[in-house]
Design a protein. Structure first.
Length: 303
């Protein structure tokens, strides 16, 4: 005995939701399905009667338009994955993304106060530039170590972090995204090593209850990342400077290294005089990092 044929009609959903700007496709589909209390898979195959295997961008736009009643331009401008898939000839439901995306954008939780005005009671995963770590409008940390929206740290008592975010934006406009991204990535790893040895901001972070030491290392969380961000941007500005970068990358004279370390300690002074004895080791590590950044930038420019 065969199962009777029961078609599922392809019709608009009772609660259409507009997408959040730069929202990921999975995040929007999950929000839309949750609001209408249906499985998320139903959005990709909404009708067994009109079943098809077309996963192209045009077919997905058509389905979203019918399901929500919103114009296709709304999805085209709000969901970047549709544009990337169209430009590179990929399926929007696939997991592979263009290489340029991984260099410029990251999947992060959007500011919970920004989403509250557009999607009350819902959380949004969005594509955010890698140089954006704080929401300047609502003063929230949305960068590293934030796994859920409730972990977005309020920066009202940390104005230095907001100032550092504005400075980061200025450095991007001055040196470009590629240079600042490489300097921040490699410099951030080195700065984390310095901070683990209580080089600069850690006593302030400990005094504010932002971090708890565990042996010689610190437990890094959103609060400590937000507190360390100003120093990381300061180091990035030093590495991104063409003058200082070329000086240490092409010259290993003791006088040049000494000039650089004086500038380094002027911008990032140690918290305790005892750490001055570690400056020779810091010079070697900083010089190696700058030469690595310079080599990566030359390879990218040649490519």
């Amino acid at each position: 005995m065969t199962t009777p044929f029961r078609p599922v009609i392809f019709r608009p959903l009772p609660r259409p939701l507009p997408p959040f700007p730069n929202e990921t496709l999975n995040s929007y589909c999950e929000r839309l399905a949750r609001a209408n209390r249906i499985p998320a898979e139903r959005l990709h195959t909404p009708s067994r009667w009109l079943a098809h295997d077309d996963d192209s961008v045009t077919a997905l736009l058509r389905r979203l338009t019918i399901l929500t009643g919103l114009p296709r331009e709304t999805f085209w401008h709000a969901l970047p994955e549709l544009r990337w898939s169209h430009e590179h000839g990929m399926s929007p439901l696939g997991r592979s993304l263009p290489p340029v995306v991984s260099m410029r954008l990251r999947r992060r939780w959007a500011c919970r106060r920004c989403t509250a005005t557009r999607t009350p009671g819902q959380h949004v995963m969005a594509w955010i530039p890698i140089y954006t770590h704080a929401c300047l409008q609502h003063r929230l940390w949305i960068g590293e170590a934030v796994t859920v929206t409730r972990e977005q740290v309020d920066l009202a008592q940390m104005p230095e972090t907001l100032w550092a975010q504005r400075r980061h934006h200025r450095l991007v406009r001055r040196h470009g995204e590629r240079v600042t991204a490489e300097c921040f990535r490699t410099g951030g790893a080195l700065w984390k090593l310095f901070a683990a040895h209580h080089y600069t901001l850690v006593p302030d972070a400990l005094g504010q209850g932002l971090a708890k030491p565990r042996g010689p290392y610190l437990s890094w969380g959103p609060q400590l990342y937000a507190a360390a961000y100003p120093a990381a941007v300061t180091m990035m500005s030093l590495v991104a400077s063409p003058a200082w970068r070329s000086l240490l990358a092409e010259s290993m004279f003791p006088s040049d290294v000494d000039r650089f370390m004086k500038e380094f300690t002027r911008r990032l002074p140690p918290n305790h005089p005892a750490y001055v004895t570690n400056l020779p080791a810091l010079a070697g590590k900083t010089g190696a990092m700058i030469r690595r950044v310079t080599q990566i930038l030359r390879e990218n420019k040649a490519a």
